[in-house]
Design a protein around this ligand. Structure first.
Ligand SMILES: C[C@H](O)CC(=O)SCCNC(=O)CCNC(=O)[C@H](O)C(C)(C)COP(=O)(O)OP(=O)(O)OC[C@H]1O[C@@H](n2cnc3c(N)ncnc32)[C@H](O)[C@@H]1OP(=O)(O)O
Length: 704
């Protein structure tokens, strides 16, 4: 066996096996690193290899970076040659072919970091793994400070790094640092099989650096790091480098845009309760004791459940005994499911139920402090109800509507009580979804807004005050989302591909799966209000009307964009193709097929979200929200826009207003007939030109 520092390359059964070879410990001499890098690249280019196994010669994996290099350099007074920088670990982790480490005896320092970069790890019994770098006065340099906490958890990783003590294979296995422990003679075969399973998708390929499941919440992480820092200072008051290791773990995470975005959402969520002209004018909430809910349907019963759980007396009104019984049964079922899930104690559920009274009349409405109407979306019906409410309630009683589409001034048009009329827009299911959009008109009194904010906080929702416009804030900002997605499908993309790309961006589901959840009849109805309100910037696809005609109304009809089994599991449906083809024919977008076919997942996400950012800018400019951060919170808490991207406006700042404008203009050129859909608004254009952040908001007082 040669003593030269090198790696060996062989392909066995479709797997490239790369062997570290530098007796006795296969230390990572710069020549070993160089050869490893070359051979990993070779394996990625090698058509006979589907996957890669990295192992060590002489019955050992690797004892880390070659310590002799440190000695030589310190003698010569120079620094370490890190010309083979961390690029190779990135390639090992995320290159086109999956990697598995086959480990014997030891994986220490850089050797452990190399194993951590592999997508899976198998070891023989008697193996030790660890990051002993601090004992040499240096820090783990190949990404160990980042990957180890993500694989074994922050606390364990800090202890391993700070004590430099390696762990043995049984503990490594139980922590997930190893995927399997097998006898030495089975090691390579097991690693090869695992590598092929990762390549075929039979097992999920994992990327340590992208994992967050073992990381604690940000504040908990800070506390752990602070504790470790104090302990380290006590144990080694003269040493700086262990503290640097802690800083490295923290600073690297803190430098990521995800950190900035999450901190933004943290503060934004707390600031929605501060509204100019409402919470800064010396008013105090009047405190709500008794609430009436009109309508015991899905929304009404959810609102009643959330309110009763917060200690509020609830009067539930329905129009006949059958509907009332059904509404009360829904409240009971909501409470029972909370008990079953473990989020609610039986005694609390019983107490909440005891606070709910059913009624068929307005007789007791004189005693309530607030009414929330949750009837169906019909203008005349709501107008009649509000005229009745004005008559049967005290003048101080707040009159709220749970409409999601109708102008609240139109709802109150047959009353002279516009100042106490407000929108309380809940998201379904109302007792679970965390957001409450509070819709004010230009004459809603600040006291009424303040009381509704207070009510929202009491029922544990995040309240966001928004102005009165079509779709209010959330639905309005998101109307271009489904339209852009439909445009892509009409241009030739598979709807399931679009959904997958949007889910990969971080949404809980794609726009079409969401359409099925909401109901495509509802989408059609709501879509019409945007056609009327914003005719210059809508995309009118035949897709949703055709799906409605075919009776494909979504989950409730067991078929929509997808088909659903009895467990509500969605599956793609080949029969959808006919409708899609018909819509494409009518759309006149066939000229865009080549453009659409070339889009990457990221392009697709940008295509559907940049028009959303554009609309969000309009909402900010029109003063529909008090501040852009309110819109960020609203989009995270309603649509599930990823908090680590900070909400739609903050996301616009992450990617840059100028980039958003450039892309919108490109698409406006590509889709000439739909140019209005992509036209950047003034607010966005101004930010792109001046470099001002979109989240800076309006300098002037909001108009709402
Ligand atoms: C970028 C990265 O984050 C930076 C790094 O990786 S820094 C390196 C981190 N790795 C380490 O600190 C491990 C250091 N090595 C050890 O702790 C121990 O040698 C061991 C646990 C691996 C084995 O211990 P043991 O079986 O008792 O054998 P030991 O006599 O110490 O070592 C055998 C030989 O390997 C050499 N060796 C061990 N690790 C080495 C390394 N990382 N580099 C160069 N030589 C190494 C020893 O110097 C010794 O050489 P010699 O025979 O010429 O004296």
């Amino acid at each position: 066996m040669s003593k030269d520092p090198q790696t060996l390359y062989a392909v066995e059964d479709g797997v490239a096996v790369i062997t570290l070879s530098f007796p006795p410990m296969n230390a990572l001499h710069p020549k070993v690193l160089g050869s490893l890098f070359d051979n990993v690249r070779r394996a990625h280019a090698d058509p006979s290899a589907k996957a890669i196994v990295i192992t060590g010669a002489n019955g050992r994996f690797c004892a880390g970076f070659d310590i002799n290099q440190f000695q030589d350099k310190s003698r010569s007074g120079g620094g370490i040659d890190m010309s083979i920088n961390t690029a190779f670990v990135e390639l090992v982790e995320t290159g086109p072919k999956p990697t598995v480490a086959a480990i014997e005896k030891l994986a220490l320092g850089g050797g452990c970091e190399l194993a951590l970069a592999c997508n899976a790890r198998v070891a023989a019994p008697g193996t030790i793994m660890g990051l002993p770098e601090l004992t040499l006065g240096i820090l783990p340099g190949f990404g160990g400070t980042q990957r180890l906490p993500r694989v074994v958890g922050l606390e364990k990783a800090l202890s391993m790094i700070l004590t430099s003590k390696p762990i043995k294979d049984p503990e490594a296995l139980s922590l997930g640092l190893l995927d399997a422990v097998v006898p030495p003679r089975e090691l390579l075969a097991t690693a090869r099989k695992l590598a092929l399973d990762l390549a075929s998708g039979a097992r999920t390929r994992r990327f340590a650096l992208q994992r967050t499941d073992r990381l604690p919440a940000f504040r908990e992480a800070l506390a752990t790091l602070e504790f470790a820092r104090a302990q380290t200072r006590r144990r080694a008051p003269n040493l700086t480098h262990p503290l640097l290791a802690l800083d490295a773990a923290f600073a690297a995470a803190a430098a990521l845009p995800t950190h900035g975005a999450l901190v933004h959402v943290f503060f934004a969520q707390r600031s929605t309760k501060r509204v100019r002209g409402v919470t800064d004018v010396g008013l105090a909430p009047r405190g709500l004791r008794r609430l009436a809910v009109l309508g015991g349907g899905l929304m009404g019963s959810g609102i009643a459940t959330a309110s009763a759980l917060a200690g509020i007396e609830v009067l539930l009104k329905e129009i006949n005994q059958g509907f009332l019984d059904a509404g009360l049964a829904r409240i009971r079922a909501n409470l029972a499911s909370g008990v079953k899930r473990g989020s609610l104690k039986q005694a609390a559920a019983d107490a909440a139920l005891a606070r709910v009274t059913g009624t068929l009349t307005y007789d007791e409405f004189g005693s309530v402090d607030m009414v929330i109407e949750a009837a169906i979306e019909q203008v005349e019906l709501k107008q009649r109800i509000f005229a009745d409410l004005e008559r049967v309630t005290r003048p101080a009683c707040i009159l709220a509507t749970n409409t999601s589409t109708i102008d609240i001034k139109v709802v109150g048009a047959k009353t002279r009580s516009q100042d106490r009329i407000i929108g309380a827009h809940f998201f379904s299911p109302a007792h679970i979804m965390p957001l409450l959009e509070i819709v004010r008109s230009d004459v809603t009194s600040p006291q009424v807004i303040l009381d509704t904010l207070d009510y929202g906080s009491r029922i544990k929702k995040t309240p966001v005050v928004v102005g009165n416009c079509t779709g209010f804030a959330v639905n309005r900002v998101f109307f271009p989302y489904s339209m852009a997605a439909a445009m892509l499908v009409d241009s030739g993309l598979d709807p399931y591909r679009v959904d997958a790309a949007v889910a990969a961006f971080g949404m809980p589901m794609g726009p079409f799966r969401l359409g099925d959840l909401v109901g495509l009849d509802v989408s059609l109805f709501v879509g019409k209000s945007y056609l009327e309100a914003f005719p210059e910037r809508i995309y009118r696809s035949a897709l949703v009307p055709l799906l409605n005609e075919a009776g494909r109304l979504g989950e409730k009809a067991k078929k929509g964009w997808y088909v659903f089994d009895d467990k509500r599991k969605a599956r793609p449906d080949p029969a959808l193709a006919e409708i899609v083809l018909e819509s494409r024919k009518r759309s006149g977008l066939s000229g865009n097929a080549a453009f659409a076919a070339k889009l990457s997942d990221q392009d697709i996400a940008e295509f559907v979200f940049f028009p959303v950012i554009n609309e969000a800018c309009r909402v900010v400019a029109e003063g529909i929200v008090d501040k852009p951060a309110d819109l960020d919170v609203a989009t995270v808490m309603s649509m599930g826009f990823p908090a680590y991207r900070g909400g739609v406006v903050f996301y616009g700042d992450i990617v840059g207003a100028d980039y958003v404008v450039r892309r919108l203009k490109q698409w406006a050129t590509q889709y000439k007939a739909q140019a209005g859909f992509f036209e950047p608004c003034e607010y966005l254009l101004a930010a792109a030109k001046s470099g001002r952040k979109l989240s800076a908001g309006n300098a002037t007082q909001s108009k709402i």
